[in-house]
Every structure is written in C-alpha cells, then in structure tokens.
Design a protein around this ligand. Structure first.
Ligand SMILES: [Zn+2]
Length: 98
C-alpha cells in the first residue's frame, strides 16, 4: 500500500469517526431543546443524525474497510509483478551471441 493510500485511509477513518461522535454529541445536546412544534429545524436535524447513526450500524463498515485495504495492497503487488514480468530478455531485446 502506497503512502498516499495510507494517508487517505487514515483520513477517511478519522472523518467517519468524527461524524459518528458529532452525531451522538448533537443528539445528546439537543434532545431537550425548546421545540417550536411542527417543522422544528432542530427536530429535523435530530432525525437526520439518528438516521445517519442507524444507517452506519447496518452498513458493514469494518469488512468494507478491510476489503478496500486488501484491494489496495493487491493492486500494488500486481503492479510490481507486472513491472518485473515485463523485463524479459525478449522484451529488452537482448541478443545472446555466445
Ligand atoms: Zn424541536
């Protein structure tokens, strides 16, 4: 896995963790707000936060992250194998005159 892919994977993981933590924090902070009744914007945002968290629970996040990690590792390995495979005597046009 290249260094760039590692940085991207770490940033995406941190972004996901921050989204989860901030959603829980928002729900805790705004649960007892002064509700204006119907079409309250805070209630709508609470519903969005709850919907996001329930969606995250059902999405198999860990297997998805592992799959992305494995695909990135395999991609690098295949690229290195292809680089080595392309360097044959015929492709390099080496003439054996001995
Ligand atoms: Zn409300």
């Amino acid at each position: 896995m290249s260094k760039k892919n590692k940085v991207i994977a770490v940033l995406l993981s941190l972004l996901l963790a921050a989204a989860i933590l901030l959603s829980y924090d928002y729900i805790i902070e705004e649960t007892h707000h002064d509700c204006s009744g119907r079409e309250c914007p805070i209630c709508m945002q609470l519903e969005e936060a709850v919907q996001f968290l329930s969606t995250i629970k059902f999405v198999p996040v860990v297997p998805y992250i592992v799959a992305v990690f494995l695909v990135c590792m395999k991609k690098d390995r295949v690229q290195k194998e292809n680089e080595n495979r392309n360097n044959t005597l015929i492709t390099l046009k080496v003439e054996l005159l001995n």
